[in-house]
Design a protein around this ligand. Structure first.
Ligand code: ACM
Length: 509
């Protein structure tokens, strides 16, 4: 500090962040009493469970570098930051945060709730808490109570690792960013025309040959089984469930190039490094196709502790409708055979979605009424719906015509457009009980580095997270844009290069 003129007020006013300046907006906030101040004597006090201790250690890892304090994690009681598991009205992911002069207590029924409460606590501290060198503080948390539970159980982000390959470390970096906003599903688009990204022991050339390039002809890459398990483990440590996708029967050139026998004419096409869609199809009439799918799904299911397996099903323009239905009728039972629940892009609703299946809607305002009605009918018959409207939350759409990255086939999607809609009544005829939540896909035809991911995801990802987490009653662009603006310095502290949308009143830097 040291810039004070004698007798003047301190340069840094010690007023804590208001309890409601959090993204996603908490379900209820009641300010009261004095703030808590983190000092060099602060302990994180956990109950004796392994998971609580793990969340405590995670919080300590955030606090130690910037505060410069020791912040021990201990099972001894006392003042400080307390993380406790207890029965209560918190659900699987909710939490309660109580803050006062004596400490901050986060209470939840499950460790996921404690973890989400920790993300809220981070946002109540100054943005400089995110830095990796010692900062001056003070480290105040406003007094009061937050009670918070999510609106939806599916709050996803998809990363396309096929068009461009991303390393395990790049995926982990994104997972950490997703966790900040209480995202709980990481959908990995593991195969497409341009690359097959997961090792399959029974069909090894899928990865070694089918994974050997990417859009533009770079070296590509693939995850070994150990790599994939490490992504699953890391995501799980941040309370995200991995949803793996093998896109079929279209978007399969990398597989068709790897094994000639998967092609109807027995001839393997060359690898593909362009960005066209809709030209490839598995051979629906050949039995070997289903041996292949059974092997791939079996191995992938064995690596995946989560409930879901995504089978794609979009843009099958080289598969007749009759064949598409036949293919899906044979493939969906294979997902069930390995104990997983089917997820597909919403074109699956044009076939016979299996019981309990989830359809991911990626249409636009301009999608035909007929197609929307088909999705609504499936939803009325029990198919769950995850909303990913492309002209709202496709993170690869350009913000403006000047955005250097991304595509614009679904239009330009500025921050307000991305936030300002309601998943609860978005698709006519879809019962709100069928809506499982929202997911923000990031397709990577033009995206090849972590910095590219971050520029397209931030700030829009925060809005998607809020649509998925916060009660509809809190939805308000005017309030949201101020809360969003407060995230800017946090992203700067974390080294996230975000798009400074002129729609958001970012604080002067
Ligand atoms: C998609 O964007 N083809 C799902």
């Amino acid at each position: 500090m040291g810039v004070c003129v004698t007798g003047a007020a301190p340069v840094r006013a010690a007023s804590p962040t208001p309890l409601d300046r959090v993204v996603p907006a908490p379900a209820s906030v009641a300010p009261s009493g004095s703030p808590y101040r983190i000092t060099r004597d602060t302990h994180i006090r956990v109950d004796d469970s392994r998971e609580t201790r793990r969340v405590g250690e995670y919080l300590a890892t955030v606090l130690r570098p910037s505060t410069g304090y020791r912040i021990p994690v201990t099972a001894h009681g006392g003042a400080g930051i307390r993380l406790r598991l207890a029965k209560g009205p918190y659900g699987a992911e909710g939490y309660r945060l109580d803050s006062g002069a004596n400490g901050v207590t986060i209470t939840a029924a499950r460790a996921a709730g404690l973890f989400h409460g920790v993300q809220t606590l981070r946002q109540l501290l100054p943005a400089a808490v995110e830095k990796d060198s010692v900062q001056p503080g003070p480290w105040l948390v406003a007094g009061g109570t937050i009670k918070d539970t999510p609106r939806y159980g599916w709050r996803g982000a998809m990363l396309d690792v096929s068009r461009h390959f991303f390393t395990v470390d790049q995926v982990k970096r994104y997972v950490d960013q997703l966790a900040l906003y209480k995202i709980n599903k990481l959908h990995l688009h593991l195969s497409d025309d341009q690359g097959w990204r997961i090792a399959v022991d029974s069909w090894p050339r899928l990865a070694t040959y089918g994974g050997s390039t990417q859009v533009g002809g770079g070296p590509g890459g693939y995850y070994t089984k150990a790599d994939y398990k490490e992504i699953v483990r890391y995501a799980s440590s941040r309370y995200l469930e991995v949803v793996p996708e093998i896109d079929m029967p279209g978007h399969t050139n990398a597989a068709l190039a790897s094994y000639a026998e998967l092609n109807c004419d027995g001839v393997a096409p060359p690898l593909y490094t362009g960005t066209e869609v809709g030209f490839s199809s598995l051979c629906v009439g050949k039995d070997i196709t289903y041996d292949f799918v059974d092997d791939v799904i079996g191995e992938l299911a064995a690596l995946t502790p989560g409930k879901y397996l995504h089978i794609g099903g979009d843009e099958a323009h080289s598969t007749s409708h009759e064949d598409y239905v036949k293919f899906m009728d044979r493939v969906q039972p294979l997902v069930a055979k390995y104990g997983k629940t089917v997820v597909g892009w919403h074109q699956l609703t044009g076939a016979n979605p299996s019981r309990g299946a989830v359809a991911q809607y990626w249409g636009l305002d301009g999608t035909s009424a007929e197609e929307k009605a088909q999705v609504a009918k499936a939803a009325q018959n029990g198919t769950g719906i995850v909303l990913s409207p492309a002209d709202r939350i496709y993170l690869d759409m350009k913000y403006t015509a000047d955005t250097p990255l991304g595509l614009d086939w679904a239009g330009l999607v500025e921050v307000k457009r991305s936030y300002d809609w309601d998943p609860g009544n978005y698709l006519p005829g879809v019962p709100s009980s069928a809506v499982r939540g929202v997911e923000a896909p990031l397709w990577t035809e033009t995206i090849s580095k972590s910095a590219d991911i971050e520029y397209m995801a931030f700030p829009r990802l925060a809005g998607v997270a809020e649509l998925g987490w916060s009660p509809a009653a809190t939805h308000d662009w005017e309030g949201y844009k101020d809360r969003l603006a407060a995230q800017g310095p946090r992203w700067e502290a974390l080294g996230i290069g975000f798009y400074r949308s002129p729609q958001v009143p970012w604080p002067a830097g």
